[in-house]
Design a protein around this ligand. Structure first.
Ligand code: SF4
Ligand code: SF4
Length: 176
C-alpha cells in the first residue's frame, strides 16, 4: 500500500529565508574575525612545519606490517587483506614455514608482501580484516618516490615502517 509522506508546514521565518541567511553570514563573519585575529591559520610552511603533532589518534596513514616482541612478523600470510583491498594494492606470496624452524606451529608466513602506494586509498580495510593484528595504518603520510617502482612498499619497507607491536593489541579501543 502506498504511503504519502505529509509535507512539512514551513513557518514564516522559514518561508522568507532571512534568518538562515543571517545565520550563514554570522558564521562567515566569525571565521573572518578568527583569521584576522590570528586564531586560525590556514597556511602551513610544509615541509619545514609538520602536521604530525596535530594528527588525530584515528588518523589513517600508510599501511605497515608489525612484528611481535620476539621479532616474528605477526602476518601469517592468510591473504585476507589482499582479497579485501578495494583497489587491489596488495600482493602477497605466502610460503610454508619449514618444520624445523622455531615458528613452524604458525604454519604459514608471507614470502613476499607488496603494497602499491599509488593504488592504496588508505581505507583501512586491510587493518580491519586482519585476524592476526599484523597490519596497521601508521601515521606516515609523507609517502613519496621518484618512480612507480619506488612507490611499491615491499616486505622490508613495510616491516621498517611498522616496527614492533608487542602482545595482543586491542585495535578498536583506547589501548591501541
Ligand atoms: S596482514 Fe593479516 S590479513 Fe594480511 S596476510 Fe597477513 S595475517 Fe593475513
Ligand atoms: S588501506 Fe585500503 S587500499 Fe590501502 S592497502 Fe589497505 S585495504 Fe588496500
Amino acid at each position: 500500500m502506498a504511503y504519502t509522506v505529509p509535507r512539512p508546514r514551513l513557518t514564516l521565518a522559514e518561508k522568507v529565508y532571512l534568518p538562515s541567511i543571517v545565520g550563514g553570514l554570522l558564521i562567515t563573519l566569525k571565521h573572518m574575525l578568527r583569521l584576522l585575529t590570528g586564531q586560525t591559520k590556514v597556511t602551513m610552511q610544509y615541509p619545514e612545519q609538520k602536521w604530525d603533532a596535530q594528527l588525530p589518534s584515528w588518523y589513517r596513514g600508510a599501511p605497515t606490517l608489525v612484528s611481535n616482541e620476539f621479532g616474528r612478523d605477526k602476518c601469517v600470510g592468510c591473504q585476507l587483506c589482499e582479497f579485501i583491498c578495494p583497489p587491489r594494492a596488495i600482493t602477497i606470496h605466502p610460503e610454508e614455514i619449514p618444520a624445523d624452524e622455531r615458528w613452524s606451529k604458525v604454519e604459514k608466513r608471507a614470502k613476499s608482501f607488496d603494497i602499491d602506494m599509488i593504488r592504496c586509498i588508505y581505507c583501512g580495510l586491510c587493518e580491519e580484516v586482519c585476524p592476526e593484528q599484523a597490519i596497521y595504518l601508521r601515521k606516515d603520510y609523507s609517502i613519496t618516490g621518484l618512480s612507480r617502482a619506488e612507490m611499491v612498499h615491499d616486505i622490508h619497507k613495510l616491516r621498517e615502517l611498522g616496527g614492533e607491536m608487542p602482545g595482543l593489541v586491542n585495535k578498536w579501543n583506547e589501548k591501541k
